[in-house]
Design a protein around this ligand. Sequence first.
Ligand SMILES: Nc1ncnc2c1ncn2[C@@H]1O[C@H](COP(=O)(O)OP(=O)(O)OP(=O)(O)O)[C@@H](O)[C@H]1O
Ligand SMILES: [Mg+2]
Length: 506
Amino acid sequence: MEYVVEMLNIRKEFPGIVANDNITLQLKEGEIHALLGENGAGKSTLMGMLFGMYKPDRGCIKVRGKEVKISNPNVANDLGIGMVHQHFKLVDNFTVTENIILGCEPRKGLTVDIKTAAKKIEELSKQYGLNVDPYAKIENISVGMQQRVEILKMLYRNANVLIFDEPTAVLTPSEIDELISIMKNMTKEGKSIILITHKLKEIKEAANRCTVIRRGKYIGTVDVKDTTEADMAKMMVGREVSFKVEKTEAKPKDIVVKIEDLCVNNNKKVLGLKNFSLDIRAGEIVGIAGVEGNGQTELVEALTGMRSVESGNIIFKGRNIVKDSIRERIDDGMAHIPEDRHKRGLILDYTMEDNMVLKAYKKKPFSNKGLINRAKISEYAQKIIETFDVRSGEGGKSIARSLSGGNQQKGVIGREIESNPDFLIAVQPTRGLDVGSIEYIHKRLVEQRDLGKAVLLVSLELDEVLNVSDRIAVVNNGELVGIVNASETNENEVGLMMAGIKKEEA
Ligand SMILES: Nc1ncnc2c1ncn2[C@@H]1O[C@H](COP(=O)(O)OP(=O)(O)OP(=O)(O)O)[C@@H](O)[C@H]1O
Ligand SMILES: [Mg+2]
């Protein structure tokens, strides 16, 4: 039999939106099948039905030719279907093994047989080249490792159909390469994979076939080797997408932010940022390039006031703000698109409307003498939602949690830009966004620059840093390696600097 899984003519409605409208996806045994579509196109919803989290309104699901009703995730497990979610679901203070066996603990008499489980996990880890320590605690391992734990969880339960929902969004470039080779190993062992990603390059590298959906509708399925990245982008967005950022030369004006000899501790209480100095002027975008964990987090948290500094100054519009609170900095004209939209960006149980005024609701015109003006809040939120094309079922009345990952992100970006700051800090602003949205967000960042704002772009995507920034500050091991003009450098040079090799040495 050719197909391991068939999802035929699937329909799913949510209040105000048809998330899946007659979608068909057929998964062949041993293939990596990419699922591509804009933010909010309905990818996670479709996979949620295959994993038993939602019930389709219409259509049928077949597993190995037999029609099935997947009423909950346990049924999916029993059918050999496993899923790594867009946002992981691990217990932080449990070990790897405890997390993996959760819900299906092996017993020896009355006690849980951790040893046997750990041994099996170790064997699986070896077989697929995962390198996971079964006794490590989740809180002590990297995000990349945590993802491998999620993968082991599927393998431990003998899943042979594996769903990955945007697994690479949180990974570093080398972790991405490793994940792709792990996935290829798994297909060699006869497993079949559905891969959701917005990165067309990864689809080209990893996938055999690709199914494209747009606004809940099926567009087509293509053989990846016969299809270019531009073709896929066009199928998905419905128009040509420009991968190049259009911009004129920057016209930098006065210094807005002056960072002087900044020293900041990391979580391990040693210096994560060392004697860091950098000026950011009105009308320029300064990019920070560096491998993850080389001081970027410490820098951003020190600038925004989330972390105290050991020494040094941050002069914002002429005043040292190192002792100011987060709130004071915001009121002073600083905006921050945070790396983790769930922890810092949104309150997931609030409506999008309320989320759009999180930092401003106490001010006019949203409130007057303690009275909240709902109409003004709605109007303001509506404007952001339209401008930034934040798609959801019920617009501003939608609960943030119900929005697709990418649309949550667009909402956060819209809120921060619309707050009309003097200094905008954008950390991984396009993580999880589709190519069309990335194009749009990059345009808006350049527009902010041209409006005379100082913009700091922190991104692990070297392409993005090179394309969007005017100047690039490269960090390594918490130190500034050097600053280069984006128009006069290239991937190679910046890559070397990221490895700590200074320009004159290179
Ligand atoms: N539980 C829910 N309640 C209400 N609406 C929902 C729910 N889940 C999804 N939606 C809506 O269904 C649509 C499709 O969402 P889905 O999460 O499937 O998109 P996606 O293709 O995975 O997007 P992204 O690339 O941004 O993750 C969105 O408009 C979303 O707001
Ligand atoms: Mg999704």
